[in-house]
Design a protein around this ligand. Structure first.
Ligand SMILES: [Zn+2]
Length: 130
């Protein structure tokens, strides 16, 4: 069981690095879950410790249930107004988990690409040449 968790964690770290190498240091939790083929619970287990260590910053983006417009991001759930009116389509809707996207932004240095990326293939090629 422990090994499995360890393995999943490493897989997700790799996935996160892949996101970063594509310049995606800010992404929706939903996107990550879909692309890593994991469950929300597995994603939470992985991200919660990183959120606590401030490696990653989380925020909440309010999305209009009618037209899908992004209506601002908030740090805390309770910062979101209880009643929201969409600026685009005029839809009124209450504050709810259903109309939120969790946004994750990587802050920590841990996951930043190294300044000198190790290129094992090139190293090998050099060795062959000498
Ligand atoms: Zn709308």
């Amino acid at each position: 069981m422990q090994d499995q968790n360890e393995c999943l964690s490493n897989t997700l770290k790799r996935k996160l690095k892949e996101f970063l190498s594509q310049g995606r240091n800010k992404f929706y939790l939903r996107e990550f879950v879909e692309e890593a083929h994991i469950t929300i619970v597995e994603a939470e287990d992985f991200f919660l410790p990183l959120l606590k260590k401030n490696e990653i910053e989380g925020s909440l983006e309010v999305r209009c249930p009618s037209c899908g417009a992004s209506l601002g991001t908030y740090k805390k759930y309770l910062d979101i107004p209880e009643e929201i009116t969409c600026e685009l389509c005029g839809e009124d809707f209450p504050r709810s988990d259903d109309f939120l996207e969790i946004v994750l932004e990587v802050k920590g240095k841990f996951f930043r690409p190294q300044e000198k990326p190790i290129e094992p293939n090139r190293e090998k090629a050099l060795k062959i040449r000498t």
